[in-house]
Design a protein around this ligand. Structure first.
Ligand code: DCP
Length: 600
């Protein structure tokens, strides 16, 4: 059976790097990118590593960052018509993808600055040809479970890599680690090419599947990469909070912890497949059983273009929209941006969306959406259709909105290709009359958003103390777009109230209007999970499917994505929980890894 190798490439402090490339004088200096809202210096959405060293974080306002780091350079996201213009970041993201595509692997763009790669075939080819890999080929590689005692960090890293290389012999019966070695070399080359061709640095996680590569990608940032040998999964899991795993960040993770009384991934392994299936239904149970052993069969779905295009804006506190005119104005503004991007997308990809999703919030932590069928793509039609959808769901009396709107988002998705481009242009750019436009409601709004209890697991030391320290910093799933994120806290200011929906730093954020199209998230009106707003349409479809299943008295479709039947791992592989084994047979090494993570 073919062994899969998956890497996640994630750009370092991406928006800052883009700004530094535009203004090279900023290179080597502390930089943060702020949204255009000027209140208290603007909300920070990206912080470079020089500024992080001074204690600046993404959750701060610009003024606070200045206090921490007086020499910081605050760069404002450009804005057009009072709306953030994130096109320069999206374009920069595309440049990176173009470089990655030179490496002949399946590429799935996961967000504006990260992508999953399936390197399986590329590794097969390499193994067939050149096979020599030395530590010199892996100058920025770290390997989970391999650590040196040397005081000098770089010497220690290099020594640990050499030890891993010695143990991952190509001639050994079990060559899975060797495949990771070859992949690590390839990713080093890829990251170098990205730097040479774009000037941007990035980090990467390399493992046997998406979940594992995501988990380790952020362990050594910036400009480094981390490999997770499958034999070190139990070691990693010992201190890995359940909710840090992709797809367990939301309700499923909560239920899991509650029903099984567990906090860490290592504890999940105790449960049999039958027990898990009985408690969480067949498909979820099987997925949980597998992931407890580091197995995840979700494929890297070759996709370079976004599934949806959209934008959103928040209206916190006193700026909340209170009249129909205000709503109309902002719907039109959002439609201008969506249409501009749709036109560009059409030129590049010759496709048209079929779905329109309007999303809004009336209070912190709540979210509603309506989905309609889209038949015309000019700005007036889009704005009109969106307004129709919205007005059917909210209460407006004498042009006054009963409950002011604090968040508004428009997105289009469910793209279909247009074969005859010329005809299509004529057809789709013809402005429509209201009667021609079908606006089919498919989703009912205003369901209650469930409250999520967040009980922090007791702090453990070990590799995952890294994640604990970074819980508010960076989620290894940024993404991954599909991580189910719980709703957490609410920030409230006199002048500005912002709902906070997050599994991580990315969301414990400021104003979402500056996010790239694939970044913005909002709670799903059905299940409360934080979902990328642009994936909302698809996510809601999933609920519709669930309802249908229920009606047919079939088991509820689980949160877990479809899993292909092929296994990512060799069947014969066994896992033990023994510390000695999981840490490479060296208890002293375990302690040193723990202290390393504690130090970070
Ligand atoms: N971003 C945003 N709003 C957010 C989170 C992120 O606009 N709430 C933007 C700015 C980031 C970019 O997306 O530069 C990528 O986000 P990441 O979470 O990957 O963070 P960075 O790339 O900034 O830093 P890191 O090096 O930790 O990945």
């Amino acid at each position: 059976m073919r062994e899969r190798i998956v890497a996640l490439v994630d750009m370092d402090c991406f928006f800052c790097q883009v700004e530094q490339r535009i203004n090279p004088e900023l290179k080597g200096k502390p930089v943060a990118v702020v949204q255009y809202n000027k209140w208290r210096g603007g909300g920070i959405i990206a912080v470079n590593y020089e500024a992080r060293a001074c204690g600046v974080t993404r959750h701060m306002r610009g003024d606070e960052a200045k206090e921490k780091c007086p020499e910081i350079n605050l760069v404002h996201v450009p804005s057009i018509n009072d709306k953030a213009d994130t096109s320069r970041y999206r374009e920069a993201g595309k440049e990176v993808i173009n470089v990655i595509c030179q490496f002949n692997c399946a590429v799935q763009r996961a967000s504006v600055d990260e992508a999953f790669l399936d390197l399986t075939e590329a590794v097969d080819k390499r193994i067939g040809g050149e096979t020599q890999v030395s530590a010199d080929h892996l100058p920025s590689t770290h390997v989970v479970g391999f650590e040196s005692q040397l005081e000098n960090k770089e010497e220690g890293r290099s020594e640990a890599v050499q030890e891993w290389l010695r143990k991952s012999d190509a001639s050994s019966e079990d060559d899975h680690d060797y495949r990771l070695v070859v992949a690590a070399k390839m990713v080093e080359e890829m990251r170098k090419a990205i730097f040479t061709q774009t000037g941007f640095t990035c980090s990467a996680g390399i493992a046997h599947n998406k979940i594992l590569s995501k988990l380790v990608c952020g362990m050594h940032k910036p400009n480094q990469q981390t490999v997770l040998p499958i034999s070190k999964v139990p070691f990693l899991y010992e201190t890995l909070p359940v909710k840090k795993v992709r797809l367990l960040g939301g309700k499923l993770g909560d239920t899991l912890m509650e029903k099984l009384g567990i906090n860490y991934m290592s504890e999940l392994e105790k449960f049999s497949e039958a027990e898990l299936c009985q408690k969480f239904e067949q498909r979820n149970g099987q997925w949980l059983y597998n992931i407890a052993r580091g197995i995840d069969n979700e494929e890297v779905e070759a996709r370079l273009i976004p599934k949806s295009i959209g934008c959103c804006k928040r209206f916190p506190g006193k700026t909340a929209l209170k009249t129909k005119q205000e709503l109309e104005h902002w719907i039109q503004e959002l439609a201008v941006e969506v249409c501009a991007r749709l036109d560009k997308d059409y030129e590049e990809n010759c496709r048209r969306p079929r779905n329109l999703v309007v999303q809004w919030s009336v209070e912190v932590g709540s979210s509603n959406s309506k989905t309609g069928f889209l038949s015309h793509f000019d700005q007036p039609s889009l704005a009109r259709d969106a307004m129709i959808l919205l007005c059917k769901s909210i209460s407006i009396e004498n042009s006054k909105v009963k409950v002011p709107i604090q968040f508004l988002g428009l997105s289009v998705g469910k793209f279909t290709e247009e074969r005859n481009k010329a005809n299509s242009i004529a057809k789709f750019f013809k402005p429509s009359s209201a009667s021609e436009t079908k606006v089919n409601e498919t989703i009912v709004s205003d369901p209650p958003v469930p409250e999520v209890k967040q009980e922090a697991p007791p702090i453990k030391t070990g590799p995952m103390s890294f994640f604990l320290r970074n819980l508010k910093k960076k989620d290894p799933e940024k993404n991954d777009a599909r991580v189910a994120a719980p709703q957490t806290s609410v920030e409230s200011d006199e002048d500005e109230k912002e709902s906070v929906k997050s599994d991580s730093d990315k969301d414990v954020e400021t104003d979402k209007r500056c996010q790239g199209e694939e970044e913005a998230e909002a709670p799903c009106p059905q299940c409360g999970k934080s979902v990328k707003i642009l994936d909302m349409s698809e996510h809601l479809d999933h609920h519709v499917a669930q309802e249908l299943h229920k009606e047919l008295n079939q088991p509820v479709t689980p949160v877990i994505p479809p899993q292909p039947s092929t296994s990512a791992l060799p069947k014969k592989r066994k896992y033990t929980k023994s510390k000695t084994q999981s840490a490479g047979g060296d208890a002293k090494k375990i302690r040193s890894i723990q202290s390393f993570f504690n130090k970070k």
